[in-house]
Structures are given as C-alpha cells and as structure tokens.
Write a protein that binds this ligand. Structure first.
Ligand SMILES: Cc1cc2nc3c(=O)[nH]c(=O)nc-3n(C[C@H](O)[C@H](O)[C@H](O)COP(=O)(O)OP(=O)(O)OC[C@H]3O[C@@H](n4cnc5c(N)ncnc54)[C@H](O)[C@@H]3O)c2cc1C
Length: 451
C-alpha cells in the first residue's frame, strides 16, 4: 500500500510514462489468492486491474486508486514432455517459459523481448520469430484456468466453456488467473542469417525484401528491422555500432536437416549489405534475448502497429525517411507474417485481421518526459502518411493509453461490429458488471439481447 517501503518498486511498470498509484497491490502466489483479491475489490467497491508482466505500454496493469492483482508471484512453469504441453502461471515472463522448455528441447511460440509477460502477450495474440510456422501464442493454448468475476476458478478449453475459450484466444473477456497450457515444438536451435545495410542502401534492400518475402515458405521467418542505434552484435563492424542500420533477419523454422534450409543463405544476397553472417543460435538463450538490451525497462515507450495492404515504393520511402529523421531511440520493424497465421478461419478466433501481408511496428523509446507528446504525434503522423497502404484495424497489444477510447477504432481492432458484438455477448455471460475493465475493454452486452 502507499507508504510501504516497496510500494514504488511494485507499482513501476516497463513504460516510465505510466505513473499510476493503486490504493493497494495484492501480490498473489496462487489462484486462490487471486480469488481473495477479486472478492476484496468487489466488497470494497474498488476498481480492479490485473498485472501480468507489466510490459504493456498502455499501463493497464495498474489502476489509479484501485486494487491491482499482481501476478508476479505466479511464475511457475511445468513442462509435461510426454504430452508436449507446458503449464505456465499467469504472471510468467517469456524468459521463464523459455528457460523451462529449453531444458527439454522444446519451445513455445511467443514474442521477441524476453521480459514481456506471457499473460498479456497471449491474451492479445502473441507474435514472434516463430509465428509463420506455428501461429500466434494464443492459438497454442490447450486450456486456460480462469478466475471469474464471481470468484469461481474455472477451465476454458475447446470442450469446457468453449465460448470463453474462443474469446480468450484474441483478447481476454473476463479473465484473471493462471495457467495457459500450450503445446510446444521441438526447436531448441535455429539457423539464422543476418544481413546489415547502411541507411543509403536501405531502400533498395527493403524493396527486394518486399518482393521476395511473401513468396517464401512458412518455414522461413524474415524480419526487417530499421534500428536507430545498432547494438554491438559480433558481426556488426565496429564503425557501425551505435549508428543507424537496417538488419534483415532470416530464420529457418523447419526441420534443421531439411535441405531446403540452404535457401536461407541466399537471402543474404539481397541488395548490398555491408556485413552478413549465417549461424545457428540456441533459441532460449540467444534468439529470444536478441533484442533485450535494446529495450530496457524504465524508458518512455511508444509503440504503434499498422497492418499494411502492400509495401510499395512510396511506403518504403516514407518509412525510410521517418527512420532517417527520427530523434528517438528504438526501431521500426516490418514483418511479413502470413503462413500459419492465416490457417485459422476468421470466425474461429477472436483475433482478427490476419489476412494483411505486412505488419509495420514502431517500437520507440526516449528518456526526457518533455518529448512525450511530440514524439508520439510524430509516430502517428508517419503512419498517417502511408495513406491507402494502411489497412483497417490494429494490433491491440501495441495500443497506448487513450488510443483505444474511440469505440469505432476499438470495434475495428476487434474485427468489426459482428465480432465485437459476439465478444460483448461472451463478456456479459462471464463478467456482467464489467469487473475486469482495465484492458481494451469490451463492455458487456445487455443480457436481454442475448441470442
Ligand atoms: C519493447 C516491446 C516489445 C514487444 N514485443 C512484442 C512481440 O514481439 N510480440 C507481441 O505479440 N507483442 C509484443 N509487445 C507487446 C506486448 O505483447 C504487450 O505489451 C503485452 O500486453 C504485454 O503483456 P504483459 O503481461 O507484460 O503486460 P501487462 O501490462 O501486465 O498486461 C497487459 C494487459 O493484459 C492483462 N493481463 C496480463 N496478464 C494477465 C493474466 N494472466 N490474466 C488476465 N489479464 C492479464 C492486463 O490486465 C492488461 O490489461 C511488445 C511490447 C514492447 C513494449
């Protein structure tokens, strides 16, 4: 509670722009603790929030003046090797899961920064290096244990409360608690090829990337990352460290003995790289930590995602221009997802907008609070300049505080009026009083309108 010696430490989240003061933070160590905390908040009439990894830029893990159910004491991971299943508690960070699964030569498809919370990431979807082969994190849930608003602990799976299970795989309607179980894949080391381009070679390389990436097999993941300051990776020439650079990162996501893996190397021939390297990286220790040092806790963060219909010369020019001029740190990422992401039919998942070939992500950070408004505006304007390339909807996990307040935009992000209405129906069945609302909230439908 305020006044306790560790209160400020416990209320700090990844994004230093977020400065909220809950009335109390309940650090839970079991689902029963979560039940007690939820019941206490209801009894006291306090707003409630749930904190997973505390990594989201929106800061919805905390609620001003309310009770924060903090799951940081719930980070146990159990690997059931025989069944290929992983049981992870609701407060796990990606690193917790990676560490546990690596010991068995298994992985769970998740995000790219190891301190991200599995709970928030997976409830919003979950994209990462493995998406093209294995789909979103949420698609790999077998079952979720959920603490409901009325204090019951229930299971949601394809056979138990299938409506809730559907809604959780794409955004939590009424959740708190623990244990998404997830099948994993046998991929403990990943062949990777990286090529680096100076800013003046970036346009040409991105044009070739835009041409080639959509035609690649799903066993190849290929990310373009326009970095403001290159980290000291061993293959980066000394004079490029700390300088802007475009990195094309290709990974082979299939069987390592497959002769087709050789085509990874040909991708380093694209454009005119100033350095390139092919190597095999241990997944948990290297691949999943590749980006960690570039995104430290406690900076001021702004993230923005846009689905793109296409990546033409005009869009590439705008992106490269913004990157060249941007005063803040971080990177702009272009992802060619597709593959397994598009295997799921639209109505089968609460996660929408799978069909767009390109995801553009701004992951920006700085330290001086005086720049907050101007830098966020600059990023929004940069996306605005892409015009007709930008498709409807956005990735909810990248929305910042206040950006989901527009109901039309939020409805679109959830997949349009029909999908949104279906989510509202599920919400009304499990959380009619909207107890769990410190999220990109889906207001419960009026129960009289239930089909
Ligand atoms: C630098 C950076 C890199 C990123 N990289 C990726 C990436 O590679 N892939 C990707 O998909 N996303 C990425 N993200 C976005 C990330 O998925 C979201 O920030 C996500 O919300 C973080 O989850 P969390 O649990 O850490 O966050 P929190 O802030 O704790 O929670 C976010 C939301 O989820 C809810 N929540 C969290 N856990 C639970 C739970 N167990 N039960 C119920 N509700 C819960 C919270 O109440 C809150 O509404 C990135 C973000 C940043 C800042």
């Amino acid at each position: 509670m305020p006044g306790d010696s560790d209160y400020d430490k416990q209320r700090a989240v990844w994004n230093a722009m977020v400065d909220r003061r809950p009335a109390a933070i309940a650090v839970c160590t079991s689902a029963h603790d979560v039940v007690r905390a939820v019941s206490a908040a209801r009894a006291e009439g306090l707003p409630l929030s749930v904190r997973g990894g505390g990594h989201s830029v929106s800061g919805q893990a905390l609620c001003e003046g309310g009770l924060t159910v903090d799951l940081s004491g719930m980070r146990r991971v159990t690997v059931h090797t025989g069944q290929g299943l992983v049981e992870a508690e609701g407060g796990c960070r990606l690193a917790d899961v990676d560490r546990a699964t690596a010991a068995h030569g298994l992985v769970v498809p998740a995000g790219t920064v190891s301190e991200t919370g599995l709970g928030g990431l997976a409830l919003g979807g979950g994209t990462g290096w493995l998406t093209r082969s294995y789909g979103l994190t949420c698609e790999n849930f077998e079952a979720c244990e959920v603490v409901l608003a009325d204090g019951r602990i229930v299971e949601a799976s394809s056979t138990e409360r299938a409506d809730l299970y559907w809604a959780l795989r794409g955004r939590g309607a009424a959740t708190s608690g623990s244990s998404p179980g997830s099948p994993s894949e046998r991929t403990d080391s990943v062949p990777a090829c990286l090529s680096l381009y100076r800013p003046e070679e970036a346009h040409e390389a991105l044009a070739a990337y835009a041409d080639l990436a959509p035609g690649l097999p799903r066993t190849i993941g290929w990310h373009a990352s326009l970095k403001k300051r290159l980290p000291p990776y061993p293959f980066v020439p000394a004079d490029r460290v700390g300088q802007p650079g475009l990195l094309l990162i290709a990974m082979w996501l299939g069987d390592v003995d497959d002769p087709a893996a050789a085509q990874l190397r040909s991708l380093t021939q694209v454009g005119r790289p100033c350095a390139r390297e092919c190597l095999v990286l241990p997944f948990a220790d290297r691949v999943q930590r590749l980006m960690d040092a570039e995104f430290p806790e406690g900076r001021r963060y702004y993230t923005k995602e846009a689905h793109l219909r296409g990546l033409d010369e005009g869009a590439i020019s705008e992106i490269v221009r913004f990157w060249g001029e941007m005063p803040m740190g971080g990177e702009i990422v272009l992802l060619s997802l597709g593959g397994a992401l598009c295997d799921v039919r639209e109505p089968d998942s609460a996660f929408s907008h799978r069909e767009y070939p390109w995801w553009l992500e701004f992951l920006l950070h700085w330290q001086d609070p005086r720049w907050d408004a101007a830098y966020a505006r600059q990023a929004r304007e940069a996306v605005g300049r892409l015009g007709a390339c930008v498709a409807p909807g956005t990735y909810l996990n990248m929305l910042n505080a206040g950006e989901g307040d527009d109901v039309r935009a939020l409805t679109e992000a959830y997949g349009g009026p029909q999908k949104y209405a279906r989510l509202r129906q599920v919400k009304s069945r499990y959380d009619l009083e909207n107890i769990f609302r410190s999220n990109w909230n889906i207001p419960p439908a009026d129960p009289r309108t239930r089909p």
